[in-house]
Design a protein around this ligand. Structure first.
Ligand code: PRX
Length: 654
């Protein structure tokens, strides 16, 4: 692993502060002792089977808890259930229909409140709408929506009829959407006219139109009216959501689905240019997200107001806005917009307004709040908060302490939760009533999760740094990569025999605490979003003026990593008219604004080994302003000097 990662960890280890669960937390916490850990250690499968029967309602009990043929697992085999029944009907049947499911807040300040009974009504109607458009069990439905309640409705409606959803984050470009629709061969696309962001309407339907001009599988488009922007509707193909809902049959019984029925595909970046459709199925996934939402966030559905600030377009939104909290019958906040509209205190205004008790957000957001200063949260009464969560990237101790002090008022435990799109749910995290935390450490695997750090040779490391692996199957694990079982095996199971390799570096300290060190592959983590260097490189070379491109993730104080690109143009050294700004816009059009490089350096050459391999380590050194490491294997050492000169001359920023 790179030296800078060891430096980081050395700093962390100097961090001696520990935070035992406070008394006011242990008094009411769902878990206050090690019984769950002991139970899982004694009987892994039995542990998960008991969680599945306690937390999930089944139409038919399973025959086999787990079928494990490495690397493919099946959970609760033979069991049947309906995921939307678990998230909606069972709460209404238990007399909790009037309980608020979603307090929705639009960015302009408009609000909607949806109870569980109302959600159930919407979901049944929309399930019938989908059926009416020809969607059948096993089909795929694409969702490309802003953060509106209809996103949750659409996902649950798919689950209700056994169609798999594939949600594409609204910030992705039409090209990215088209690729994902094609790969999944989706029949229906659900989108909106537009949504609100930074005080303005961003159009979605035009991007969707561009995408489906090239996607033969889409038969119908359903359009939610949100932005009010003018859109073109194609007769027979495009339908307004509200028109279809008005005439939809209000009853759609929840039919039992096989435990292994495909629930959703979610595309994520890998180390090649082609995104992977991560497959998640029903019974095991629901068990894991219900269990983790309940115990990691210590959910008390009668009193808690949960707020996960992620977008539904990412796995965090799938597991901890839609499925986990709703399966637990929790009340939650869903917010449409950015944290700085109209002011830098918008999040804190929302916390105060709804009395949020559990807040789950990302380190990038926390570091941005730090920049805006403690006076922003100080404008609001945040005393309702009792628990804080972090996800998406390593949280540095300084950000952890700031979160603890200025948001948590020094009284709220912080759960730093490590997991991935592939794991389905949280894997490594404190339990708030049990675990003594250390700022910056995700602490220990949850009960039922077995993680080990190994060295290059795959030997277990008990103290020190290495690679994070998972050694036992878990119910929420990905079932594969859509259409590409070989890539699934190759990506996750080939580096170390019999181990799932997560792609992350990690270190165990003397007390056995886990510290995540970031990705060790060519995947970057920008503001908690995964983007592969190859994907951005492919986007760059698809520009006619670009001959070659190399992309690296450089450490950034706010976004964790920032995308830095080095480009050789066809016109030669000075770009022949191609500007860095044009190329940034081109990447945004190809992938989406989130993948726009922070800086692009147009260069006559790239540092390569004699065998022609680009030396990314050197490029990272240049991007991070470090003096060169070992350049002896370079074919032409002067290239690096030239790059350094160009970097020093032209600082580029968003
Ligand atoms: O590198 C790890 C980082 O995010 C990656 C997973 O990204 P994604 O599939 O997009 O899911 C993000 C939300 C679960 C991981 O491989 N990561 C996620 N959570 C943490 C983290 N790194 C350190 N600490 C975390 N708590």
């Amino acid at each position: 692993m790179a030296d800078e990662q060891h430096d980081t960890i050395d700093d962390l280890l100097a961090e001696a502060r520990t935070f035992p669960p406070p008394e006011h937390v242990t008094r009411d916490a769902l878990v206050t002792d090690t019984a769950l850990y002991d139970e899982a250690a004694a009987d892994h499968e039995g542990f998960w089977a008991r969680r599945a029967s306690e937390l999930v309602s089944w139409a038919r009990e399973w025959d086999t808890v787990c079928e494990w043929e490495l690397p493919f697992s099946k959970w609760f085999v033979g069991g049947t259930l309906n995921v939307s029944y678990n998230c909606l009907d069972r709460h209404v049947e238990a007399g909790r229909g009037d309980k608020v499911a979603i307090h929705w807040e639009g960015e302009p300040g408009d609000t909607r409140t949806l109870t569980y009974a109302e959600m159930l009504d919407e979901v049944q109607r929309f399930a019938n709408v989908l059926k009416g458009l020809g969607v059948e069990r096993g089909d795929r439905v694409n969702i490309y929506l802003p953060m509106v309640p209809e996103a949750a409705v659409a996902m649950l409606a798919c689950a209700r009829i056994g169609a798999a959803h594939s949600v594409v984050f609204g910030g992705f470009s039409s090209q990215a959407l088209a690729d994902r629709i094609d790969d999944a061969e989706a029949k229906v696309l659900i989108t909106a006219d537009g949504g609100y962001r930074r005080g303005e309407v961003f159009p979605l339907k035009p991007a969707a139109d561009e995408a489906i001009a090239h996607t033969p599988s889409i038969e119908h488009v359903v359009v939610v009216k949100r932005g009010g922007n003018e859109v073109a509707m194609v007769d027979g193909r495009d339908h307004w959501y509200h028109d279809l809902m008005e005439t939809a049959d209000p009853t759609c019984p929840a039919e039992p689905m096989d435990s292994e029925q495909l629930l959703f595909l979610l595309y994520t970046s890998g180390t090649t240019g082609k995104p992977k459709g991560i497959m998640h199925t029903s019974g095991g996934y629901l068990t894991q997200v219900t269990y983790t939402a309940k115990y990691v966030f210590d959910l008390h559905p009668d009193t808690d107001v949960f707020w996960c600030t992620a977008d539904v377009g990412w796995v965090t939104g799938h597991s901890y806005i839609v499925y986990g909290p709703m399966s637990n019958g929790a009340t939650q906040v869903m917010y449409e917009g950015v944290p700085n509209f109209p002011g830098n205190d918008r999040f804190w205004e929302i916390v105060e307004k709804y009395g949020v008790t559990v807040l789950y957000t990302a380190p990038t957001a926390i570091r941005t709040f730090m920049k805006w200063g403690p006076e922003e949260p100080a404008k609001h009464d945040l005393s309702s908060l009792r628990l804080l969560g972090s996800v998406g990237e390593p949280i540095n101790p300084e950000a952890w302490m700031w979160y603890h002090q200025y948001i948590g008022g020094g009284r709220c435990p912080i759960v730093d939760t490590w997991w991935q799109t592939e794991t389905g749910g949280i894997m490594i995290s404190p339990l708030p009533g049990v675990t003594t935390t250390k700022p910056g450490s995700a602490t220990f695997p949850l009960p039922g999760v077995v993680a080990e750090v190994v060295d290059d040779a795959g030997e277990r490391v008990d103290h020190g740094g290495g690679y994070l692996t998972l050694t036992r199957p878990w119910p929420g694990m990905l079932r594969g990569i859509w259409g590409d079982p070989d890539r699934y095996r190759e990506t996750y199971w080939s580096r170390f025999p019999d181990r799932y390799f997560a792609g992350d570096g990690a270190k165990l300290d003397a007390d056995g605490y886990l510290w995540l060190l970031g990705r060790v592959d060519d995947v970057m983590n920008i503001s908690g979003h995964r983007i592969s260097t190859t994907e951005v490189e492919s986007a760059l070379v698809s520009h006619p003026g670009v001959a070659e491109a190399a992309v690296v993730g450089a450490t950034d104080p706010t976004t964790g990593q920032a995308i830095i690109a080095y480009v050789i143009t066809r016109g030669g050294a000075d770009g022949d008219g191609v500007t860095a700004e044009q190329l940034r816009a081109h990447v945004a059009a190809e992938i989406g604004a989130i993948a726009k490089p922070k800086a692009i350096f147009i260069t006559p050459d790239l540092p390569k080994t004699r065998s022609g391999k680009i030396m990314r380590r050197l490029l990272r050194d240049v991007a991070e302003g470090r003096t060169m490491g070992d350049t002896t294997t370079l074919a032409d050492a002067s290239v690096v000097e030239e790059l350094q000169r160009r970097a020093a001359e032209s600082p580029q920023e968003d």
